[in-house]
Design a protein. Structure first.
Length: 264
């Protein structure tokens, strides 16, 4: 018998989302930063943990691993090169994760930039992407360890996934991201419409995540840094100074990311 899979949203801390993928019986948790809400969710839905999936080493993504391992003896999947001691199954670009008890298959995509070892997981059957702190709704993660060129190339890989891919990112940053997006592209109707729509969700306490890749390509400035309108805006705002900058895609992406770092 094959149960279809679904995803539970588990809010944690101020603005994190932890994701529980389940078939009604078994569960895999993505980026468990906090054990209490995860254990509560598993208990409330009578789920047994089958696997832990990690995208990168930051503590708000891995903090609950020791506590979860006390309750459940399960494999810990994570990046091979991000310095996470607890990882039992070390993953790199192109690896396939298969969790047999729940018939879950995930492709591993290396997305360095936010951290050097950051990976994302793509469920190619369901078209779900677990993007950690790399691709956010309307934005992207800060480039802490890698280079802007690496981050741009990582985002390019995610943008190449099918348009209907649901993007399960790790934070509710959407409104702040879209306000910045509107500053970058004041005349882009997809951004203005999305900002209104997401604002309504937040007013009702509804998560804006997941978005979809197609929508991100229309409204997320970090997937649009090669668009002539974005380059023109970076020039007019004095964020890039010369045509030479404008023609180097890593430089325009870096200027965009730097602008967001200092925005409001
Ligand atoms: Zn992070």
């Amino acid at each position: 018998m094959t149960n279809s899979l679904s995803i539970l949203t588990v809010p944690a801390f101020d603005d994190n989302y932890l994701w529980v993928i389940h078939d009604g019986k078994h569960a895999a948790v993505v980026d468990p930063g906090d054990a209490v809400p995860i254990l509560k969710t598993l208990e409330a839905h009578q789920l047994t943990l089958s696997a832990i999936l990690l995208t990168h080493h930051h503590s708000d993504h891995i903090g609950a691993v020791p506590a979860l391992l006390q309750h459940f003896n399960v494999p810990v999947y994570g990046p091979a090169n991000d310095g996470i001691q607890a990882v039992s199954h070390r993953l790199a670009e192109g690896d396939l994760v298969h969790i047999p008890e729940m018939n879950l298959a995930l492709q591993v995509i290396a997305v360095p930039g936010h951290t050097l070892g950051h990976i994302a997981y793509f469920a190619s059957v369901q078209h779900w992407l677990f993007s950690g702190d790399t691709l956010f709704a309307g934005g992207c993660g800060r480039v802490f360890e890698g280079t802007p060129a690496q981050m741009l190339s990582s985002l390019d890989k995610l943008a190449a996934l099918p348009d209907d891919t649901a993007v399960y990112c790790a934070h509710e940053y959407t409104l702040s991201n879209l306000r910045f997006a509107k500053e970058v592209e004041p005349d882009n109707p997809a951004i203005a419409e999305r900002l209104l729509r997401e604002q309504r969700k937040r007013d009702e306490g509804i998560p804006t995540v997941p978005g979809q890749i197609g929508l991100e390509k229309r409204s997320n400035p970090f997937l649009r840094s090669r668009e002539p309108a974005v380059i023109a805006r970076l020039l007019s705002a004095g964020k890039i100074s010369a045509r030479a900058d404008a023609q180097d895609e890593a430089s325009t992406f870096a200027a965009l990311r730097e602008w967001k770092n200092n925005y409001r």
